[in-house]
Design a protein around this ligand. Sequence first.
Ligand code: ZN
Length: 267
Amino acid sequence: MFTKAQLDRYARHIILPGVGAAGQRKLLESKVLVIGAGGLGSPILLYLAAAGVGKIGIIDFDTVDLTNLQRQILHATSDVGKAKVVSAKESLEHLNPDVKVETYQEHLTSQNARDTVRTYDLVIDGSDNFPTRYLVNDACVLENKPLIYGAISQFEGQRSFINVTTVKGQSPCYRCLFPTPPKPGTVLSCSEAGVFGVLPGVVGSLMATEAIKFMLGVGEALGGTLLHYDGLYSEMRRITVKRNPSCMVCGDTPSLVELVDYDLFCS
Ligand code: ZN
């Protein structure tokens, strides 16, 4: 049963065809883990909390820096110096007291990744570095957890849905697209390349859309499709990607059966 306050808070969902009271109940019972409380994590976490996702896990080792505030709208000027997970938890609880927020102020490593993703229904990767991206992908494949991936650079972004079964079959994983991480020093980090402040808002909101659709079971999951967004020319392209049968983690005879750590070079 909904409380009177919940009937008001979720009124626009409850009257929405395809969601309704049953859909809102599903959201309140959902458990979602978000990797990173930064640029992509900000809109993802705010929209999940606003939608009434019952349990939200946040993993981030970092503290809020003044250079973050140009795009990381979860955090305010008064949060500078505070742990990002603490600032994020305060923002989400302030927005919606229905949401239980679990925080992990630590690096995701080969030691803790599988245990951390295991207790959630869905994982969303809003991290900003390749070692974490590969680790999250591998942990989700090994634990059979659906994963939404997104990435941004300068004026462009992309997102995809990984390790999910769609009408077209099993979707590819991140390693099917990009088998191994780039060598350290070959890719510029956000602090070196710059990033258009509103861009993570667009890409993160698209990731949150995919997550909420998935939990409701409405529409079509974006498995097997990489969605590319160009902010300078307002162009969006869908690129079909296929599962690689010889992928080292999700292929027919996987060689990667335990997690590996890559050197942090783009944090
Ligand atoms: Zn794969």
